[in-house]
Design a protein around this ligand. Structure first.
Ligand code: GLN
Length: 543
C-alpha cells in the first residue's frame, strides 16, 4: 500500500514549508524509496500562469508544460527528478473538473455537493499519483485556519479514513516567533495552530518548529504538555545559512526514521549524503567572489523587494557558483532605474536579463544589453532577454527601427513577433509555448561546446519569437543563430563571435539546474564572469 504524508502550515506562511517538504522528500529518496510530491494551492486560478509574480513569486514550468507554484521547483531541485503538471492541485482545477463532469452527465440523478464531491475529486487526484510511488508528500499551501484550506484538510482526513492511519502521516510546520521587546521564543501561536488542526479532525504526528533560533528543552516540553504530542516528535528547525543544509538538519533529528516508523515502513538502503555535503561545502568555502547584475522589473512591492520573482534564476546562479567554487554577489537592478540614468555597471562582471512580459522597464534592459555587448561584459539572456538582445542588435548594429510587437505592435521592423500558432489564441491561461522543446545546436558554436551535444532540451514559456523574416539580416550583420528548433524556424540560442560571452536563449535553462546538476549554460556564464574579473584585476595592476 502506498503511503501519504501531508505537510500543513501553522501560524504564518513563508516560513519554509516548501523547503521542509522538499528536504523530507530528499531524505526518503536517499532511503531508497520511490517518492513523489504534490503541491496544493487553494486558489481558484487553475494554475499559477495567470498570477502576479510580485505576489506569488516566479511561475515554475514543468517538462510537460505546467505553469506551477515555485515550490514545485524546490521539490524538483531536491529530488533531482522532473515532476508533472498533475503534481499540482488547485481549487480552480477541482471545481472546473467537477462542473465539466456534471455537464457531461457523469453524475446524472445526483445532487453534486461540496461534501462529498469536492474531497472525492481531491483524493482521486492524490491517489492517481500514489499509484506509482511508495510515498507521496502533499504540501497544502497557506496555513491551517485559512478558509480556502478546509476542503483539502477534509480530503486528507477522509483519505485517512479510507486507507487507515498507518498509511497517512501529518506534519505541521509551524513558526516560533521571538518578539523583540521580550526577546523570548513563544509557543502559543503553535499551540493554537495545533488546536485549529484538531478542529479539522487531524492530530499532527510531527511538529516542525521553524524559527530564528533552535527550540530549547523548556519550550519543547511546554509544547508536549499543551498539545499532547511526545517531545520526540517535536522537531527544531532553526534558520541555517543555506536551504540545502535542511535535509541534513532533519536527518540529525532522525525525522526520516521516525516518519517511516509511523508509516510502518523500512529503509530500502542506507543514505549516501557525501555528494550533497561536498556540493554544500563548496558553496560554504568559496575561493573568490564575483558581481553579477540581474536586471529585472518584478522587484518592488510596497516598501519591500520581492526577489522570489526570479527564484530559479537565483538558484541556478548559486548552483553554478558552488560548482565553480566561488561566491556570486547578485546586484538586483530595477530596469526602470537604468532608464533614469541611476545605474552604473562599474565593477560588474556579468549581466543577466531574465524572462519578462510587457513594456515596463524594457528600454533599461536594452541599455544594459548594449553596455554588455560594447564593453565585453559577459551577458546571458533568458527568453525575454534573448528577444531584447535581438532588438538591441537590430537597432544598434543592423541600424533598423526595430522592436518586439509585444511592446510596439506598429513598429517598422518587427524583429520579434508573435508565434504563428499564437495569433488566434483568445484564452490566456496555459496557452503559451510551454514545456520542454528540442533545439539543434550548430557546429563550431560556443553553445554546442557548452552543452557538449548536437541537441538539447530546455523548458519554454513564451508567445513571441525572433521573426524568421529577419534571420538572414541578423546573420549577415554577425549575430550567430547558434541553436534552432528542429524545423529551423524558431531561434532557440544566439551568440556573438567577437565577445568573451554573449549568449541568449529563448528557453529557461534555470528550470533544469540543481545543486548536484547545475545548468551547463549557467556554469559557463559564471566561468566567463570569473575570467572577466581576473582580467579586470590584471588591468588595474598594470595601470
Ligand atoms: N514576453 C515574452 C514572450 O511572451 C517573453 C516571455 C518570457 O520571458 N518568459 O514571448
Amino acid at each position: 500500500m502506498e503511503k501519504y504524508i501531508f505537510i500543513i502550515g501553522g501560524v504564518i506562511s513563508g516560513v519554509g514549508k516548501g523547503v521542509a517538504t522538499a528536504s523530507i522528500a530528499k531524505i526518503l529518496k536517499e532511503y531508497g524509496l520511490n517518492i513523489s510530491v504534490i503541491k496544493i494551492d487553494p486558489y481558484i486560478n487553475c494554475d499559477a500562469g495567470t498570477l502576479r509574480p510580485t505576489e506569488h513569486g516566479e511561475v515554475w514550468v514543468t517538462e510537460d508544460g505546467g505553469e506551477i507554484d515555485q515550490d514545485l521547483g524546490t521539490y524538483e531541485r531536491f529530488l533531482e527528478k522532473p515532476l508533472s503538471k498533475s503534481n499540482s492541485i488547485t481549487t480552480g482545477q477541482i471545481y472546473k473538473t467537477l462542473i465539466e463532469k456534471e455537464r457531461k452527465g457523469d453524475f446524472l440523478g445526483e445532487t453534486v455537493q461540496y461534501i462529498p464531491h469536492v474531497p472525492e475529486e481531491i483524493k482521486l487526484r492524490i491517489r492517481e499519483i500514489g499509484k506509482n510511488h511508495d510515498i507521496v508528500l502533499i504540501e497544502i499551501g497557506g496555513t491551517v485556519g485559512d478558509y480556502e484550506n478546509i476542503p483539502f484538510l477534509f480530503a486528507a482526513k477522509s483519505l485517512e479514513n479510507d486507507i487507515g492511519k498507518e498509511n497517512v502521516s501529518y506534519i505541521l510546520v509551524s513558526y516560533m516567533p521571538i518578539p523583540s521587546h521580550i526577546d523570548e521564543m513563544k509557543t502559543k501561536p503553535t499551540q493554537l495552530a495545533i488546536k485549529l488542526l484538531r478542529e479539522n479532525g487531524i492530530q499532527p504526528d510531527f511538529i516542525l518548529c521553524r524559527g530564528k533560533k533552535a527550540l530549547d528543552n523548556v519550550r519543547k516540553k511546554k509544547l508536549e504538555k499543551y498539545s499532547n504530542i511526545n517531545a520526540e516528535y517535536i522537531i527544531s528547525v532553526p534558520d541555517v545559512s543555506s536551504i540545502y543544509i535542511i535535509p541534513l538538519q532533519l536527518e540529525k533529528e532522525n525525522l526520516g526514521e521516525k516518519l517511516l516508523k509511523t508509516l510502518n515502513l523500512k529503509k530500502k538502503k542506507e543514505p549516501n549524503w557525501q555528494p550533497w555535503i561536498n556540493a554544500i561545502s563548496k558553496s560554504q568555502n568559496p575561493s573568490k567572489e564575483i558581481n553579477i547584475a540581474l536586471v529585472g522589473k518584478y522587484l518592488d512591492i510596497g516598501e519591500f523587494q520581492l526577489k522570489d520573482s526570479y527564484l530559479s534564476v537565483n538558484e541556478a546562479i548559486n548552483n553554478s557558483a558552488s560548482f565553480n567554487n566561488i561566491k556570486v554577489k547578485i546586484n538586483w537592478l530595477d530596469s526602470k532605474n537604468i532608464e533614469k540614468g541611476l545605474v552604473d555597471f562599474k565593477g560588474c562582471n556579468g549581466i543577466i536579463i531574465p524572462g519578462g512580459f510587457g513594456n515596463s522597464g524594457v528600454e533599461g534592459k536594452i541599455q544594459a544589453i548594449k553596455y554588455a555587448r560594447e564593453n565585453n561584459i559577459p551577458f546571458l539572456g533568458l527568453c525575454f532577454g534573448l528577444q531584447l538582445a535581438v532588438v538591441e542588435f537590430s537597432r544598434n548594429v543592423c541600424k533598423l527601427n526595430a522592436h518586439s510587437t509585444e511592446i510596439d505592435p506598429e513598429v517598422e521592423h518587427n524583429v520579434i513577433d508573435i508565434l504563428d500558432e499564437q495569433r488566434n489564441i483568445k484564452e490566456k491561461g496555459a496557452t503559451m509555448r510551454l514545456g520542454s522543446y528540442k533545439a539543434i545546436l550548430k557546429d563550431n558554436t560556443k553553445i554546442k561546446e557548452i552543452y557538449n551535444s548536437n541537441e538539447v532540451y530546455e523548458r519554454h514559456r513564451h508567445r513571441y519569437e525572433v521573426n524568421p523574416k529577419y534571420h538572414s539580416i541578423l546573420e549577415k550583420n554577425g549575430l550567430i543563430l547558434s541553436g534552432l528548433s528542429p524545423n529551423g524556424k524558431l531561434v532557440e540560442f544566439i551568440e556573438l563571435e567577437n565577445h568573451p560571452f554573449f549568449i541568449a536563449t529563448q528557453a529557461h535553462p534555470e528550470f533544469k539546474s540543481s545543486l548536484l546538476n547545475p545548468s551547463p549554460l549557467f556554469n559557463a556564464f559564471i566561468k566567463a564572469c570569473l575570467f572577466n574579473q581576473e582580467i579586470e584585476k590584471e588591468l588595474i595592476k598594470e595601470l
